[in-house]
Design a protein around this ligand. Structure first.
Ligand SMILES: Cc1ncc(COP(=O)(O)O)c(C=O)c1O
Length: 353
């Protein structure tokens, strides 16, 4: 066995910087970024703006702060933000759109995390004193809670055209936009063109330890910079961590294809467990398994943990497996073997409704 145990498939956020990344980080030139004097951060921001085809980018500590800064910068108190009913900003950001920016989120259903233009149109508020102002439509690509699914570019364009025609801004939570880009070969800039603000993360599949960038027009990013200060996210010699992101962009984007292949392999193995179902297409590095017929998510997580495989509780009936840089093809194959060996004992056919 030549892989580390446990096999940690809870999230792609668990990756740790390798030796070479750490060496580059230790040697990074730094300065005070609030004075705009950190050369490594300047370099990262220019790289990201260039890759996304935006005028400017801003380094921030987390994906949550990045999304929330974009929302704050695009809106006014009491505005409404249309998002998918499984959006990260709705479920996993601590209620911060309400707490920090006095925003109301309007959840909308859609297959695999994707909003149709018709669904968006149906919830745009009319003008009038009774109504919240629909200020932003939010897209998430890839879609975390729906299984790493990819918003097709044509669909993003249709939603963007509709929003622009109604004077509504578009925000793209692209925490894993890299994965969509590698899976489809659509350029990052083509995806980003559909949005006024884009957030991308370095600390997920790319394997850097800290940070995200938001991107948009010069004017947007200058206002977001001011809000970053207000949110407490302006850092000083943060080039030391930004260097990990530069390294990740240079070395770890194309290899995401390996994670996608590993996820597909794992999914096909998991489907050999009687009663286990996967309802979404496995397009990138996330597999969400419906384990209702195995007695629910908790016994499945526990049974796998006891055998050295870690996965996440996505809901009481769903478990999540995420492939990443720190789990090899061999380790993922072993996780699949373990699942096929231990999980059938949990199968309770009577619970299939
Ligand atoms: C789609 C999406 N957006 C935003 C975030 C937030 O990132 P962070 O954990 O850095 O705050 C995550 C985290 O997993 C995510 O999956």
């Amino acid at each position: 066995m030549s892989y580390p145990v446990p096999i940690d498939l809870r999230s792609d956020t668990v990756t740790r910087p390798g030796e070479e990344m750490r060496r580059v980080m230790a040697a990074a030139p730094v300065g005070d970024d609030v004075y705009r004097e950190d050369p490594t951060i300047e370099r990262l921001q220019e790289m990201v703006a260039g890759m996304l085809g935006k005028e400017a980018a801003l380094y921030v500590p987390s994906g949550t702060m990045s999304n929330q800064l974009c929302l704050r910068t695009l809106t006014q108190m009491g505005d409404e933000v249309i998002c998918h009913e499984d959006a990260h900003i709705l479920h996993y950001e601590g209620g911060s759109a309400a707490a920090l920016s006095a925003l109301q989120l309007r959840p909308v259903p859609g297959d695999f995390g994707i909003l149709s233009p018709e669904a968006v149109t149906s919830v745009i508020r009319p003008a009038g004193e009774h109504f919240a102002h629909t200020a932003v439509v939010e897209m998430e690509n890839t879609h975390n809670r729906c299984g790493g699914t990819i918003w097709p570019l044509s669909n993003m364009r249709a939603v963007a055209d509709l929003a622009r025609g109604r004077g509504i801004k578009v925000h793209l939570d692209g925490a894993r936009l890299w994965n969509a880009h590698v899976a489809t070969s659509v350029s990052l800039a083509d995806y980003a063109e559909t949005a006024d603000s884009v957030s991308v993360c370095f600390s997920k599949g790319l394997g850097a330890p800290v940070g995200s960038c938001l991107a948009g027009s010069y004017e947007f990013v200058e206002r977001a910079r001011n809000n970053r200060k207000r949110f407490g996210g302006a850092m000083r010699q943060a080039g030391i961590i930004a260097a990990g992101a530069v390294y990740a962009l240079e070395h770890n984007v194309d290899r995401l294809a390996e994670d996608h292949q590993n996820a597909a392999t794992l999914a096909s193995r998991l489907l050999q467990v009687p009663g286990l179902a996967i309802h979404h297409p496995v397009q990138t590095n996330i597999v969400i398994a419906d384990v209702t017929a195995l007695g629910g998510a908790e016994p499945v997580v526990e049974a796998l943990r006891a055998e050295g495989v870690l996965c996440g509780l996505a809901s009481p009936t769903r478990v999540r497996f995420v492939t990443h840089l720190d789990v090899s093809a061999e380790a993922v194959a072993a996780a699949g073997e373990i699942a096929v060996r231990v999980l059938p004992a949990l199968f309770r056919p009577a619970e299939v409704g």
